[in-house]
Design a protein around this ligand. Structure first.
Ligand SMILES: Cc1cc2nc3c(=O)[nH]c(=O)nc-3n(C[C@H](O)[C@H](O)[C@H](O)COP(=O)(O)OP(=O)(O)OC[C@H]3O[C@@H](n4cnc5c(N)ncnc54)[C@H](O)[C@@H]3O)c2cc1C
Length: 402
């Protein structure tokens, strides 16, 4: 995969990539990351604090991210990727380093929605939908969580898909909550329990289908740029041709989540780095007691603990991505990375915020947004507890979910 760029920009290693994991990337991958970084720094970063305050999504990024090739990553479990998983992880890191909401938008469209079609769709469904989504012509969302079913979605989904015997269509009834991109998505992958066999199945639902309604969730205090919606489904008629043909149970949904959880772990490292870089900059400039606060031992302690968290988490996400490329990554591997990296991120952004004193809670100093956004990354795509229980089941043989 080559990210297309009009001009070539030299790749500068991040100083916060302290042990030099960028050395695992090919020259081509570094070049494409440099192009992405140049775009994000010049055209996205200047907008994000204001957008965050207004809780608005920058729709213009969709076309440009498509041109950069960011929606073209093939998500197929068994296929060798065109690009290394480590590179794709660095893409998530770069996005979240600038803005975790934009990273989340890409994670939902490319990872969860396109991933569902890649993993659970038929060859015809992939051919029909993925090119349009890769080009950014249509935007996807992923509807799993419900008002009354979050962590227990493997067994607790209330949304029901009933077969209309006369036409073969499916009739969907129920509701979804928290669905990212869903205020403007063209299609939403809806996961529902089949009334026929009780298994979870996935449906490509066109959002202009009668009976489908999406309403923006207001008042969020994290990832405010992401447009999350409550969805209601009232007798939404979906033809059999739009049921994901290879999605036969929640096990297939879980395959999608395994891949995207590792990406969220990478994004959490990026979100930490965004806060850490701002804290280093600020503490070198801010003078108290006659010298920069970075020259005080206790402030250095905050920065060094933060870098330790970032470096440990980066080691973990790099390895979990290498395991994906090797074909050895299992659910518990990405679950551990997600639980660990997001917990470390939560500590890190708090230390960085502390290092800025009062200015740490003001948007323009570039830490407050990362601090607040960490809370959403920590809880979505499986809370720390759920991912811990996945790992716990693996190491003990006992499922302790209920
Ligand atoms: C910003 C944001 C974006 C999101 N985007 C999407 C999206 O695009 N699509 C989608 O489908 N979903 C999305 N989600 C939903 C997200 O995946 C859920 O919020 C998450 O799975 C947790 O579910 P819940 O919020 O219902 O919490 P609950 O399941 O109610 O959990 C509340 C608390 O109880 C704990 N808990 C629950 N059960 C147990 C147990 N057995 N043992 C120990 N502790 C337990 C949890 O860990 C958590 O701390 C998003 C959420 C947010 C906040």
């Amino acid at each position: 995969m080559t990210l297309t760029t009009e001009q070539t920009t030299a790749f500068e290693p991040l100083v916060s990539d302290f042990y030099g994991y960028h050395n695992l990337l090919s020259a081509q991958e570094k070049e494409t990351l440099a192009a992405l970084r140049a775009y994000l720094e010049t055209e996205v970063k200047p907008l994000v604090n204001d957008l965050w305050e207004r809780a608005e999504f920058p729709h213009q990024v969709i076309k440009r991210l498509a041109e950069l090739g960011l929606y073209r990553f093939a998500w197929e479990e068994t296929k060798t990727f065109e690009n290394s998983a480590v590179f794709r992880g660095f893409v998530a890191l770069e996005l979240a380093r600038v803005d975790a909401s934009v990273a989340t938008h890409v994670g939902v469209h490319n990872g969860l929605a396109m991933g569902s079609i890649s993993i659970a769709g038929s060859a015809e469904q992939k051919a029909e939908w993925l090119p349009k989504m890769a080009a950014g012509e249509i935007v996807g969302a992923f509807g799993l969580t419900e008002p009354d079913s979050g962590s227990d979605s493997a067994q607790g989904l209330r949304t029901v898909a009933t077969r209309d015997e006369a036409t073969g269509d499916w009739i969907l009834n129920g509701s979804k909550r928290w669905i990212g991109n869903a205020t403007f998505s063209d299609i939403t992958i809806i996961w529902a329990k089949s009334a026929e066999d009780g298994q979870v199945k996935g449906f490509i639902v066109k959002t202009d289908t009668p009976g489908y309604t999406a309403t923006k969730i207001e008042g969020k205090q994290a990832l405010r740029i992401v447009q999350n919606a409550d969805i209601t489904l009232e007798n939404v008629r979906v033809p059999e041709a739009l049921r994901l043909q290879n999605g036969n149970s929640f096990k297939d949904t879980a395959k999608v989540l395994r891949l995207t959880r590792a990406e969220v772990a990478w994004a959490s490292v990026g979100n930490s780095i965004g806060a850490y870089d701002a804290a280093v900059r600020y503490t070198k400039q801010r003078v108290q007691f006659g010298k920069p606060i970075a020259a005080h031992q206790l402030v250095q302690d905050l920065l060094v603990k933060s870098l330790g968290n970032i470096t440990a988490s980066l080691a973990m996400v790099v390895r979990v991505s290498q395991m994906l490329d090797e074909g050895t990554q299992r659910d518990e591997h990405s679950a551990l990375a997600k639980a660990y990296a997001t917990a470390r991120m939560r500590e890190t952004v708090a230390w960085c915020r502390e290092a800025l004193g009062g200015n740490g809670i003001v948007l323009e100093y570039d830490v407050a947004r990362h601090f607040a956004d960490a809370e959403a990354l920590y809880s979505y795509e499986g809370t720390r507890e759920m991912n811990t229980l996945i790992v716990g089941r693996s190491i003990t043989g006992f499922a302790a979910f209920v």
